[in-house]
Every structure is written in C-alpha cells, then in structure tokens.
Design a protein around this ligand. Structure first.
Ligand code: THU
Length: 143
C-alpha cells in the first residue's frame, strides 16, 4: 500500500470519529508486518477521561486480527469545523502504545490538509522509552 493510500484509510476512519466533546476528529491507519491495514478513530465519552485515541483503536484492531508489529502508522486529525487536518502528533500515551508494538523500522506518519507529510521513527517520538525489555526476561521480549 502506498503512503497516500494509508493516509486515505486514516481519513476514512476519521470520518467515523466520535468526538462530540472536543470536536477534534482523529483517524489512524497502521500497516502491520504482513501488510494488513488496521484502522481506528477517537471515541470520546461523557466521562471525559474514558475516551480513547485513534491510535489505540487501530492497535487494538491489529491485535484482534493477529498482527504483531507496526510497520507504519498514519495519523490525521483536526477540528471538525475547520477546513481540514493539521499535523496531529500522537499524545504521550499513544507514543507508549505505539512503542510497545514498534521495531527499529517503525514509522509514524503525519499529514496536514495541504498534503505535507512529517515522518518519524517511533524511537524518536519516545526516546529512552520504558518497554518490554525492562519488564520481561530477555527470552520473552519478542511477541
Ligand atoms: N486524540 C487522538 O485520538 N490521537 C492523538 O494522537 C491526539 C489526540 C484525540 C483524543 C481526543 O478525543 C481528541 O483527540 C482531542 O484531544
């Protein structure tokens, strides 16, 4: 799948976002190690902290479908009443979520509505991350 196609999947997911409290609609589309694509959108809640981010939804969909590693994740977001999207950087919690399923090649892709793309290694978004290797015995780290 091309990068543009991955962004199109993220934009389609964004249209399903449930963001009635913030009006900030986010979509995420990730490609796993097999090339399968999984999407998510933010789903807010009247009890505000209970809301979930688009990236969390996409990662949950990946796991449910059997995917294990994020090869690329495209994120698009912006206010519902604005013309389009802005660079929507993953929040801190989502950087941690992405890191859990990232490897050295995992890319995080952001795009605004003018089509400009910013690309990050997952590691650069969360340097010195706390991760599986800190918790698990070495033999159990992968998977
Ligand atoms: N949001 C995401 O879904 N992903 C991000 O990377 C940043 C923020 C959501 C959470 C909340 O529903 C809304 O955007 C405004 O913060």
């Amino acid at each position: 799948m091309t990068e543009d196609e991955l962004f199109e999947r993220a934009l389609a997911a964004r249209q399903r976002a449930y963001a009635r409290y913030s009006s900030f609609l986010v979509g995420a589309a990730l490609e796993d190690e097999s090339g399968a694509v999984h999407v998510g959108c933010n789903v807010e809640n009247a009890a505000y902290p209970v809301g979930t981010c688009a990236e969390a939804g996409a990662i949950s969909a990946m796991r449910a479908a059997g995917g294990q590693t994020i090869r690329r994740i495209a994120v698009v977001g912006g206010l519902a009443d604005a013309a389009g999207t802005v660079f929507c950087a993953p929040c801190g919690a989502c950087r941690q979520r992405i890191a859990e399923f990232a490897d050295a090649n995992t890319q995080v892709l952001l795009r605004d509505d003018l089509g400009a793309v910013r690309r990050f290694d997952s590691g650069s978004l969360l340097p010195a991350a706390f991760g599986p290797a800190d918790v698990l015995p070495t033999s159990a780290v992968k998977g």
